[in-house]
Design a protein around this ligand. Structure first.
Ligand SMILES: *Cc1c(COP(=O)(O)O)cnc(C)c1O
Length: 387
């Protein structure tokens, strides 16, 4: 018996007819690019998130790129983000020519630590890297924006991040690639709806995934919405052969939107199911590992269920033992971004982001999907408890 890390087949079995019918619709009308499914999806997901505007786009990475472009962020600008995330978050900052300024994470939520953000902002404003580690060339940078990441499906601490950003005139781009629909305190909008622009991904393994690449930008700001719409299609103006700015080919295709419309019908129930799975893990896993804790008032969408081992060798022993029993695991993220080869030019040294570095050594993600049954979870927990 092999246990899937994410069970997309079980999900497909529930919606096969709907997916095929929706795809047939697209094959029938033939509007493969920007067909009617795009607008319908944007309307439905915008409503669900509680965001005035939603714009489908080609991936989560392109959603971040479009957001940075819409805020006119470029060379000489500093964008604060966490090093404990998927590479794309910081990659897109570099893609527009801006400089990522890394901010360490909270050891419990794995999300940006607002206290570290405050120090990093103060350090950059004071041009003093003894206050907080800053990238090479910081003397020349203008602080412009923050990209908090809602890691593993849990929203970052927006109350504290927003008040800092307001005080220091910084824009916020929410990287909600893993957290579409998560709940943060008593807010009327869900994750994707925070900050100036929220970005998500529909990569198949994300909580709401399509059958290829896809993403979406969300905003309540009409001017930003217009810019994003233009950037999405080569900086178009009045029509697509009138180009008023530099943009990208950032469209979502109709077939992926058709798939998402079918999958979205399951989504609210899937979030409930994911939370049941998480609760069951917490009960079953005992003391062998540290299980994730969701702060009061938050609802995670559990893109990953990530536990902490005691140290690197305990993590590797757990991985090996689970693997022997046919239980797949994953490590997100073994190398924090400030230590990635691609960012060597920023000059960050090992030890500058201690919580991210230690988490990367100890973290282990277990199988997590809405269709994970109790017996399989008990089996996984037994293997871990018997270490
Ligand atoms: C997946 C992911 C992205 C990129 O999304 P793609 O659709 O794969 O381009 C960006 N940020 C985070 C945190 C992600 O997990």
């Amino acid at each position: 018996m092999s246990i899937p890390f994410i069970d997309l087949k079980a999900q497909y079995a529930l919606i096969e007819d709907k997916v095929r019918a929706n795809m047939d619709q697209v094959l029938g009308h033939g509007a493969y690019i920007m067909g009617p499914e795009i607008k319908e999806l944007e309307q439905r997901l915008g409503e669900y998130i509680g965001s005035r505007y939603a714009l489908g786009c080609s991936s989560g990475s392109d959603a971040l790129l479009m957001a940075l472009m819409a805020l006119d962020i470029g060379p000489g600008d500093a964008v604060f983000t966490t090093p404990f995330t998927f590479f794309a978050t910081a990659e897109e900052i570099a893609m527009v020519g801006a400089t990522p300024v890394f901010v360490d994470i909270d050891p419990v939520t794995f999300n940006m630590d607002p206290a570290c953000l405050e120090k990093a902002i103060n350090a950059l404003e004071a041009r003093d890297n003894s206050i907080y580690p800053l990238p090479r060339g910081y003397e020349e940078l203008t602080p412009r924006a923050v990209i908090p990441v809602d890691l593993f499906g849990l929203a970052a601490d927006y109350d504290r991040i927003e008040s800092l950003c307001k005080a220091h005139h910084l824009r916020i781009i929410e990287d909600a690639a893993q957290a579409f629909g998560a709940v943060y305190k008593d807010r009327s909008s869900r994750a994707c709806g925070f900050g100036d622009i929220g970005c998500t991904s529909f990569f198949p393994a994300k909580p709401l995934g399509c059958y290829g690449d896809g993403g979406m930008c969300f905003t309540n700001d009409g001017e930003l919405e217009e810019k994003l719409r233009s950037i999405r299609v080569h900086g178009m103006g009045a029509d697509r052969y009138d180009n008023v700015r530099i943009g990208i080919n950032g469209r979502l295709d109709s077939l992926q939107a058709a798939v998402l419309l079918a999958k979205f019908e399951l989504f609210p129930d899937e979030i409930k199911a994911r939370n049941k799975v998480a609760d069951r893990y917490a009960q079953l896993l005992g003391e062998e590992v540290i299980t994730p804790r969701v702060p009061e008032g938050y609802v995670s969408v559990w893109a990953q269920y990530s536990v902490l081992a005691r140290d690197a060798s305990h993590r590797e022993a757990l991985r090996a033992r689970l693997n022997e029993h046919g239980i797949p695991t994953a490590v997100y993220y073994p190398i924090p971004l400030h230590l990635q080869t691609a960012f060597r030019g920023l000059g960050y040294e090992s030890g500058t982001m201690p919580v991210s570095e230690r988490s990367g050594e100890r973290i282990l993600s277990l199988p997590m999907h809405p269709y994970l049954d109790g017996a399989t979870q008990e089996h996984i927990a037994t293997v871990i408890r018997e270490m």
